[in-house]
Design a binder for this molecule. Sequence first.
Ligand code: MN
Length: 203
Amino acid sequence: MKQTLPLLTYAFDALEPFIDTQTMTIHYSKHHQAYVDNVNAALEKFPELADVELTDLIKDLNRVPESIRMAVRNNGGGHLNHTLFWELMTPGGAKEPQGELLAAIEGAFGGFAQFKDAFATAAKTRFGSGWAWLVLTAEKQLKVVSTANQDTPISDGLTPILALDVWEHAYYLKYQNRRPEYIEQWFNVVNWTVVNKLFEENK
Ligand code: MN
């Protein structure tokens, strides 16, 4: 299925001062666009895959022909990860989860503060490029995990409900080497309404 860059529902400067305008612009228009272009270029070589959902390929990478498997893993994963990431941010949203999701977070981690610590630790300690995630397991348990590069938990049978990009391209222009500060500030723009929705749909 031909992939396209999703529309952003907010302006490039909407997440200031936490995510700066230049980073948002380059991240979305250049980095994400490149993942889209590269996964399309790889899949064009196999017209028999034209009708298959990208998500289904990423869930089961073994069905992707070996010659393009790494390109699909990296660029298809990059496309799906960023599509979710943009949706998970918003200017001026609720600062914390509510209702059943909050209760589930408290049950799994001991409290919202403890969850934030676990998530931030996963994001800080991911060596090199990657992502931190809050996922639902197949048993419907909440869990914090991290992945390398553009790998996504959906390849491991997990369902992401929160995602943080810790590639340097996501923060270096504003935060330089201060990844922990980026992680802390990013919590100001999390769209808990969307996280709640993903939890409700998948719990
Ligand atoms: Mn990125």
